[in-house]
Design a protein around this ligand. Structure first.
Ligand code: SF4
Ligand code: SF4
Length: 235
């Protein structure tokens, strides 16, 4: 078990979507850190609280057993698209085909972000070592970006000469909040015209408005930037 929450005045509470939506302290980082079952079952594992906490206390993954990450090379290529299994498969296979990239799939990330299972450190080291052997690796999954620091495809679409003709609100996923400025600049440079940035809607709790930058949003029937990219590549 990690070093426990020190019950500071609760700096993290103000960013927790379950607390914001319910006003219930039990459904907040304070409640989750006091009551294991609530932490295990009710916390969304969105990780918003961690960056606010002075200790970076990894509350979302404090109550479950480790998961080992593993990697499968599905297709070789000069540029690799990294797919997070069960999180972005709907898009990564088609994108890799249309963009002409190789494809590597990582297993275990869904368990980290859905079940709050900490990543086994040696499996993480091994994956990072393997990925170093590949020149350029991009991902479409916020989870791969967050765990493996792999650059985001949406920040590098210009390299593939992609233009998108979208004008409307953009939803930034919880795990990509730190990249908001860079992502928006990159999208504007390929033709996107954002009318509003939505950063306070966790899609594990509600259907965000606008075009989402998270592949998971498709499971909630929300249009994603990857639908737009696939449509533009299919013409
Ligand atoms: S991971 Fe998200 S839902 Fe869970 S306590 Fe932190 S902010 Fe709240
Ligand atoms: S998780 Fe961190 S920010 Fe939240 S109450 Fe505990 S110590 Fe404070």
């Amino acid at each position: 078990m990690q070093k426990p929450c020190i019950y500071c005045p609760g700096i993290c509470i103000s960013v927790c979507p379950t607390f914001i939506n319910t006003g219930n302290l039990s459904l907040s980082p304070l409640g989750y850190s006091r009551y294991e079952d609530l932490g295990r079952n009710n916390c969304l594992k969105c990780w918003r609280c961690v960056s606010e906490c002075p200790l970076n206390y990894p509350l979302p993954e404090s109550y479950a057993s480790e998961v080992k990450l593993d990697l499968e090379v599905l297709k070789k290529g000069e540029i690799i698209l990294l797919s997070a299994r069960k999180l972005d498969d709907k898009y990564s296979y088609g994108l890799s085909e249309l963009l002409g990239t190789g494809l590597i799939s990582i297993n275990g990330l869904a368990e980290r972000y859905d079940e709050g299972r900490p990543v086994n450190p040696s499996s993480l080291k091994r994956i990072l070592r393997v990925l170093k052997n590949y020149g350029k690796v991009y991902t479409i999954s916020p989870e791969s970006f967050h765990t493996l620091s792999v650059p985001l495809l949406i920040e590098n679409l210009a390299e593939f000469s992609i233009r998108l003709n979208y004008n409307g609100p953009i939803h930034i996923p919880c795990l990509l909040l730190s990249r908001e400025e860079k992502i928006i600049q990159a999208l504007i440079s390929i033709g996107v015209r954002p009318t509003k940035i939505i950063r306070d809607q966790c899609l594990k709790m509600e259907e965000p408005e606008g075009l989402s930058l998270c592949p998971r949003a498709s499971m909630r029937n929300v249009k994603t930037v990857f639908d737009e990219i696939l449509a533009s590549l299919s013409y």
